[in-house]
Design a protein around this ligand. Sequence first.
Ligand code: C5P
Length: 238
Amino acid sequence: MEDNKTQNLESSIEKLAVALDFADEKEAMKFVGLMEDRIKIYKVGLELFSVSGPQFVSKLIGLGYDVFVDLKLHDIPNTVYGAAKALGKLGARFITAHSSGGVEMLQAANEGFNEGCSDGGWGGLRYCLGVSVLTSDPYFTDQLLFSRVETIVTAGLKGFVCSGTDLSKITQKIGHLFKVVPGVRPVGSFENDQLRVTTPSNAIASGADLLVVGRPITLSSNPIAATNEILRSIFLAN
Ligand code: C5P
């Protein structure tokens, strides 16, 4: 019985990435220390990467965490290829490239990432994810979503990022891909700047493989309780 409970918790932990959207490494490490082994995947985004960079990513990997480096790469294919390769070599398990950059750019990101992972000797499942439409985008339309998803599929990426509310609209096109859902808000929490939000249970029930949660945990007065509640919702929705 106890073993089942541990296995369930572990499978829920694998489906949660916490966004370390902190102003500096000190604050981020304070949070990481507090959470102990409740979190296995940390997302380092533009803010923290701009302050603490690759060294901080290596530090988290050295501590045994999986790191999702979310820079939403978007530039000419050659530049994106180089950046993705560097991130792969660094040991990022997930990276993101923006699908608005087009098929060629996404292919370059994927190729660079795969080469970097192999140069760095990093094995296991690793994903260059295509970002479909930001969950905060006020100009979102279904048409835009469909065309971005088409770009991601044509480029041959293994996974992508979209809002939980978008998942059901594109199930047929993306059944085989790894689905990452940000903009997750437990019932009763604030939406902040996210527009197309979904609860953890709805996102998992709609087929999400990984939830990205930031402020509902990091700004909570009790981050441990907030995490436990989300892990419980993930388990119950499976
Ligand atoms: O604090 P919150 O839970 O809104 O954080 C969501 C995280 O997911 C942020 O770090 C944001 O950069 C990221 N993200 C997003 N929408 C996407 C892709 C990533 O909100 N489409």
